[in-house]
Each structure stands twice: as structure tokens, then as C-alpha cells.
Design a binder for this molecule. Structure first.
Ligand SMILES: CC(C)(COP(=O)(O)OP(=O)(O)OC[C@H]1O[C@@H](n2cnc3c(N)ncnc32)[C@H](O)[C@@H]1OP(=O)(O)O)[C@@H](O)C(=O)NCCC(=O)NCCS
Length: 154
């Protein structure tokens, strides 16, 4: 299992605050079309007592350079609560310094405190960088070979 390197210690990982929503929304847009979560959307869904998701940011010298978003759900099949990491992003200039790993570690420690039994991360097959990162942190590809069906509600 990979350990956090010295570079990563320069980044501070902390829970998302309301005032971070604008910067996180701007970083999220860098992920491309479809990544349009507005500051209001982020604040509404990741902050406050009724939030369905949780967020963390990575700060270097007081500047937000990355973030991770996750939510928990109950799996009857797995017999417990699962944490799903929905988004993980590190600004290009700050990649390869262990910040992505540090965000995952923080989300994972918090998941253990919340009594989750597993962490899931979805990744596009072609995203080799992210897949390497997850595998280096001991995440295993799901061999269930299930198809995901979806229908948007009107
Ligand atoms: C995926 C992503 C979050 C990784 O962030 P990161 O901060 O670069 O991640 P890390 O630095 O922790 O690890 C990345 C790689 O750098 C390596 N690394 C870490 N510190 C290093 C160092 N000091 N020197 C050299 N390599 C280092 C890690 O071992 C890892 O290599 P690996 O791919 O062989 O395992 C980032 O590339 C990203 O934002 N990509 C775009 C969005 C995305 O694809 N998100 C994931 C799917 S939602």
C-alpha cells in the first residue's frame, strides 16, 4: 500500500466550507462538459444538516488546489453502509505530489468514523492515471461485471 509522500504533507486536507463553494465549482468545471455544479448546488448538497454529500478540499499555501466529494448509501447486498467517492480533482500544476492520495485517505478515515464498511469509486476505463492511483492504494476493480441502467426523472 502506498504511503503519503513528503510533498503531500505540504497540502492541508480539510472539510469543505460554504465559502469554498465558488472555487470548488470553478475547479469542477475544469473536468469538462457535464461538470456544471454551481456554487449554490455545491453548498446545498454538501453542507448543512440535510446535505446528502460531503466534500473535502486540499489547500496549498492557503489556496484550494483540489477537492473530493462523496456520499454514503446503504447496500443490502453488502450488508452495510458504503461510501461512494463521486468526484476527485487536483489542479494540473499540483498533480503527482500525493494530493489525490491524501484526499482519498482523508475521505477514507472519515468513512471509517461513520461506520462505512467499504469505499467505492467509479472511474472511466480509459482514465489510466486515476486507475493506477486507486490500485496503488489497494482498491480492487469490481469483478461483478454489472451494467448500470439509468433513467432521468422529469
Ligand atoms: C486522478 C487525480 C485526482 C490524481 O491526483 P494526484 O494529486 O496527481 O494524485 P497522487 O499524486 O496522489 O498520485 C498520482 C500519481 O503520482 C504518483 N506520485 C505521488 N507523489 C509523487 C512524487 N513525489 N513523485 C512522483 N510521483 C508521485 C503516485 O504514485 C501516483 O502514481 P501512480 O499513478 O503510478 O499510482 C488527478 O490526476 C486528477 O485530478 N485528474 C483529473 C480528474 C480525474 O480523473 N479524477 C478521477 C476520476 S473522478
Amino acid at each position: 500500500m502506498k504511503t503519503q509522500n513528503a510533498e503531500a504533507e505540504k497540502a492541508k486536507i480539510r472539510p469543505l466550507k460554504r465559502e469554498d463553494s465558488g472555487v470548488v465549482s470553478a475547479l469542477n468545471r475544469l473536468l469538462g462538459p457535464g461538470s456544471v455544479a454551481s456554487p449554490a448546488f455545491i453548498a446545498a448538497h454538501c453542507l448543512g444538516p440535510k446535505a446528502l454529500a460531503k466534500g473535502w478540499v486540499a489547500e496549498v499555501s492557503g489556496k484550494i488546489v483540489g477537492f473530493g466529494m462523496a456520499h454514503d448509501f446503504v447496500s443490502f447486498g453488502a450488508g452495510g453502509k458504503i461510501r461512494q467517492i463521486d468526484l476527485l480533482f487536483v489542479a494540473e500544476k499540483f498533480r503527482m505530489q500525493g494530493i489525490g492520495s491524501a484526499l482519498i485517505e482523508k475521505i477514507s478515515t472519515d468513512a471509517q468514523k461513520s461506520k462505512c464498511i467499504r469505499i467505492d469509486i467509479e472511474v472511466e476505463e480509459k482514465n489510466k492515471t486515476a486507475r493506477n492511483l486507486y490500485e496503488s492504494l489497494d482498491y480492487k476493480p469490481d469483478d461483478a461485471k454489472k451494467l448500470r441502467y439509468k433513467k432521468y426523472l422529469k
